[in-house]
Design a protein around this ligand. Structure first.
Ligand code: G3I
Ligand code: 9MR
Ligand code: ZN
Length: 569
């Protein structure tokens, strides 16, 4: 009898929960994508407290619309969680909902609909505008700064050359105010590829920037802003300087315009040179219809950079860039420039069709065995070259090379599907991937799946696409922390990002549309080091301003987010 009364009381309480009623544990154990799900896709909820059933209620009237069983649990190794999985793919009625279970409380709300990603795309693209350097930035919600870093930078005393150069413009790299060519390059290229492959979705997509060329799509205006800066980093002989930063990172409370310490330009590197050659070569194809003068300038820069590489076959500097004594800003140090050279040759071939580039590709592609087995990273860009080659409409492509890329891509993406299948959160990472910027590693894997879904033409097209969607579901809240890793997106999003403009303004909200780096089992900062030694990889994350190794933001992390959202929109 006592039990009966308790159960009755419990059922009464559960049935009276509503989304609006205050519930301390909202979302804690029931994990959903806080943005939402497309009508026709597979839809899963992950529950991490023992439960058997779940129900879905409509936010507007708390009416129960759907119910289902939870399967599992799966012991998820990377997070240490026991995950129960509920499938509500059959719920296809557009609307706003939340989920309740018999043992785990209620979830954050989410939508089902067809247009759920538009606002997210808007915010994530707009974040690039907010990262602009060398100009005033102004926004309707109060995020703003006056012109910053507009003084000429000095060539660093460690260089043989002396002098100063105007290198204003571009985007701040991350939570710091440095500008680093290799990272800028992969970010810009990722945006340009998104435009090249999803032109119809992006050409009229406005995200409100204040420029005069009305005929140029907004995303191209934004990318051009950064390419113009990259071109300023090129020397007369074609070589490209690695970075421009102050010698030390400014304090966290420094606004961009208050960071007035001298900025320095550091030595040229062959990684930066190859990187700029590739980006400028892509830009030629993309801008020729909008701004032919700019396209010509890019072609000239790309070929000049290539010529420098051609006459300097060894890596400069040997072993990759290292900060000189007295400098502690980002290094983007990369001990191998072969992939940057290969990327440059490939983009130059795809743009110009010249024999010398074709020969370079055919002579070198076999270096990578298999041709695709990893995502693109800022230090490893050959994957970008392979994909660009696949998508290109040139008639004179090498069929054997294409065949080989496709075979290796197939094996790679099939292994990714297996990972997703076996992961308690349907996440694409395995333990070794939880390093600095892990959230962006997942997105770059998702790009591999999307390429496969568009290029391979086999019976798994839809599976690959769904796999990519699972990455967004994870990043938007269906994860161990029930947290959206993108500022301003979802309900419970990260707030204390390592981002100087956010820390130094008087606005409570963080700058919007920015992806946090994510869990990092290497714990390379003092905040992460305080976590217990046995913290599982997927939980090595703290929403704390001091955790730069898990909670900083960066342009090369936001760019694949833009790409994946665009593709899935
Ligand atoms: O090089 C190895 C690679 O061979 C290996 O496969 C991989 C997996 O273990 O690790 C690689 O080393 C990592 C390295 O990035 C890549 O070369 C290190 O563990 C990792 O600590 C290092 O992190 C970088 C971090 O700077 C520290 O240098 C991040 O990728 C990079 O995104 C980050 O970038 C910073 C800039 O320096 C400054 N501005 C902010 C920006 C974002 O935090
Ligand atoms: O703010 C810096 C961030 O952009 C870098 O990614 C990170 C690693 O290089 O370093 C941050 O700066 C910290 C520095 O390394 C150590 N002293 C404290 C700085 C601010 O937290
Ligand atoms: Zn600036």
């Amino acid at each position: 009898m006592k039990e009966f009364i308790l159960v009755t009381i419990f059922l009464f309480l559960v049935s009276n929960l509503s989304y609006t009623s205050e519930k301390i544990e909202t979302g804690l154990y029931i994990k959903v994508d806080q943005v939402g799900y497309h009508i026709n896709e597979e839809k899963y909820v992950i529950v991490t407290a023992p439960s058997k059933n779940f129900v879905i209620k409509r936010v507007s009237d708390n009416k129960q619309i759907f119910s289902g069983l939870l399967k599992g649990p799966i012991s998820d190794y990377d997070s240490g969680d026991k995950c129960y999985i509920g499938d509500f793919s059959k719920l296809m009625e557009p609307g706003e909902y939340y989920i309740e279970t018999d043992g785990a409380g209620i979830s954050y709300k989410f939508k089902i609909g067809d247009n759920i990603l538009r606002d997210v795309l808007h915010k994530t693209l707009y974040s690039f505008y907010l990262q602009r350097c060398g100009t005033e930035v102004k926004d309707d919600n109060g995020f703003s700064h006056s012109a910053c870093h507009f003084k000429p930078a000095l060539l660093h005393p460690s260089l043989l050359e002396k002098g100063e150069i105007n290198v204003t413009g571009g985007w701040h790299d991350a939570g710091d105010y440095g500008k680093y060519v290799v990272n800028s390059g992969i970010s810009t290229a990722t945006l340009l590829y998104a435009y090249e492959r999803y032109t119809s979705k992006l050409k009229d997509f406005k995200f409100n920037i204040h420029e005069t060329n009305k005929s140029m799509p907004d995303i191209l205006k934004e990318a051009k802003w950064n390419i113009e800066w990259m071109l300023k980093m090129q020397r007369q002989d074609g070589a490209v300087y690695h970075k421009v930063t102050t010698e030390r990172f400014p304090e966290m409370h420094k606004k961009p315009e208050d960071d007035i310490a001298q900025q320095y330009i550091y030595e040229i590197t062959t990684t930066a040179t190859g990187n700029l050659a590739a980006v400028a070569a892509i830009a030629v194809r993309i801008y020729k219809d909008f701004d032919s003068e700019f396209a010509d300038k890019c072609l000239n820069a790309a070929e000049k950079a290539w010529r420098f590489l051609y006459y300097h076959p060894g890596q400069i500097p040997k072993g990759g860039f290292k900060n000189p004594a007295g400098t502690n800003t980002g290094q983007y140090s990369d001990g191998f420039d072969g992939d940057e050279r290969f990327w440059a040759a490939t983009e130059l071939f795809l743009t110009t069709g010249k024999d010398s580039y074709r020969e370079y590709i055919l002579k070198n592609y076999n270096y990578w065995q298999p041709l695709i087995s990893a995502p693109a990273y800022w230090w490893e860009v050959y994957v970008l070259a392979m994909f660009s080659y696949l998508y290109s409409e040139r008639k004179d492509k090498d069929l054997e090379f294409i065949q080989k890329i496709k075979e290796d891509l197939t094996k790679h993406v099939d292994s990714l599907l297996e990972r997703i299948e076996n992961n308690g959160y349907k996440y694409i990472l395995e333990e070794k991937d939880y390093i600095w910027g892990s959230n962006s590693i997942a997105l770059n894997y998702a790009i591999n799946l999307l390429v496969a879904s568009e290029i391979l033409n086999n019976d798994k097209t839809e599976k690959y696409r769904q796999g990519a969607r699972e990455t967004l579901h994870y990043l938007f809240g269906r994860n161990p922390f029930s947290k959206s890793y993108i500022t301003g997106i979802g309900t419970n999003y990260v707030r204390n990002i390592h981002h100087r403009p956010t820390v130094s303004d008087n606005i409570e909200e963080p700058y919007p549309g920015l992806l946090a780096g994510g869990p990092n089992m290497k714990k390379n900062d003092p905040v992460l080091k305080q976590l217990s030694f046995d913290t599982p990889a997927a939980k090595c994350y703290v929403d704390d301003t001091g955790s730069y190794a898990s909670n900083e933001v960066a342009i090369n992390w936001n760019a694949p987010l833009v790409y994946v959202i665009t593709s899935l929109m």
